[in-house]
Design a binder for this molecule. Structure first.
Ligand code: PLP
Length: 425
């Protein structure tokens, strides 16, 4: 068989960057693809193959690839300059937008990535409370900095770093609890006086989609308040995806602090952390918690993010995106049920995940039990049929406002064909 352009390029990439990718989730089997372009809900590789995209760069592209209005906002800003080392107008406008839309955001500090946002939110919560302990959810993902790179110790053993190169001292004060279990969190706070707060995704999005059971987020709010712990919602995925006020608006629970990324950069690098005025006042230069960055509040990312949020705030946008997604999910659920293949589909708003081998997934521990091999087969089947999903079994499929009926019909049909193939094997 002829070697594809992607294979040739990937062979080169493997020699010059570890694993041939700039972030580990991007490596997958059975063959590499290197992207050339994207428009709307479709992407095209350097061999000219076009795919319907369900990965959507893991979340930022709520308006689809290369939205013309976002592209124009970026072009207009590049003509004016890309970075100043001073406050700039797009930054002001994005900050105004975020602080007026997001219930928890009295003040906000812009960053370049979700990783930076969570790192600095945690530092701020620790500085504000004068305590060291940070709780996170089993399976929660907050980027790639030391405090959050933790794995549960077996049995009563202490938690361990989940990566080499992270000193055990750096995760000594990181505690893990399960999602949808407020009781477990409350008993941890009852016996440990040194907890600064908890960082949690209000809807889990890095073990696949896992949604909050009724009352869970409200319980977490009450418990943190009673114990003087800072409640941080990591809305890097859900921020401006679950609605104009993000997950906190959708569920009616206002945390003390929030982190964002992905959508607020409109497809360009961005992050932000925000929260109560007394907490955010701790951040330098107003306060003693040090946070800094050459590209923080970058005008190009801010212009793209602002345009994206502005377009999404047009009446009916979120509703119709949700309707499209829920229509697709309903049809996929029907096919799954009809096929008799064991599995379930979790979904909220414009996010969904297919889990094989289980009947439900309510937390990180349950997500560990899914049939990953079956997901891998589906990934390859869909890829060969021209649908690009995120390759990991514990990732989310994202829809954008650019996903049309034709794309959704094809996704559902191919999913049905895959299930048929599974049954006939
Ligand atoms: C993607 C993600 C991050 C990290 O954001 P980066 O921009 O990749 O650094 C943090 N938290 C959550 C919930 C995420 O999904």
């Amino acid at each position: 068989m002829r070697t594809s352009n992607s294979e040739t390029e990937y062979a080169l990439l493997k020699r010059i960057t570890p694993g041939g990718v700039s972030s580990p989730v991007r490596a997958f089997k059975p063959y590499p693809i290197v992207m050339e372009s994207g428009r709307g809900c479709r992407i095209t590789d350097i061999d000219g193959n076009t795919y319907i995209d369900l990965c959507m760069a893991y979340g930022p592209l709520i308006l689809g690839h290369s939205d013309p209005r976002v592209a124009k906002a970026v072009r207009d800003q590049t003509k004016k300059g890309s970075v100043f080392g001073c406050p700039s107008h797009p930054e002001t406008q994005l900050l105004e937008r975020i602080t007026s839309a997001v219930p928890s955001a009295a003040m906000c500090r812009l960053q370049n990535s979700g990783t930076e946002a969570t790192m600095h939110a945690i530092r701020t919560a620790r500085g504000f409370t004068g305590k060291n302990g940070i709780v996170k959810l089993n399976g929660g993902f907050h980027g790639a900095h030391n405090t959050v790179l933790v794995a549960a110790g077996s049995g009563s053993a202490e938690n361990m770093p989940s990566s080499l190169g992270v000193p055990p001292e750096d995760v000594k004060n990181t505690y893990l609890v399960e999602y949808n279990d407020a009781g477990q969190f409350e008993s941890l706070l009852d016996k440990n006086e040194d907890i600064a707060g908890i960082i949690m995704e209000p809807v889990m999005g890095n073990v696949g989609v896992v949604t909050p059971e009724k009352g869970y987020l409200q319980d977490m709010r009450r418990i943190t308040k009673e114990h003087g712990a800072v409640l941080i919602f990591d809305e890097v995925i859900t921020g401006f995806r679950l609605g104009p006020k993000s997950a906190q608006g959708r569920y009616g629970v206002t945390p003390d602090m929030t982190t964002m990324g992905k959508i607020i950069g409109g497809g360009y690098p961005a992050g932000a952390f925000m929260g109560r005025e007394d907490i955010m006042s701790m951040v330098a230069p107003q306060g003693p918690v040090y946070v800094a960055g050459t590209f923080s509040g970058n005008p190009i990312s801010a212009a793209a993010g602002l345009e994206t949020i502005t377009l999404m705030s047009e009446r009916g946008r979120y509703d119709s995106l949700e309707k499209t997604t829920q229509g697709l999910v309903a049809s996929m659920r029907d096919r799954l049920e009809d096929s008799g293949v064991r599995g379930c589909i979790n979904s909220v708003a414009s996010m969904f995940s297919v889990f094989f081998g289980v009947d439900e997934v309510r937390n990180g521990a349950e997500a560990q039990k899914i049939d990953r091999a079956m997901f891998g087969k589906m990934f390859e089947f869909m890829l060969r049929r021209g649908i690009y999903m995120a390759p990991g079994a514990m990732e989310v499929s994202f829809l954008s406002t650019a996903h049309d009926e034709e794309a959704c019909n094809k996704i559902s049909e191919c999913f049905g064909d895959f299930l048929g193939k599974v049954k006939s094997e």
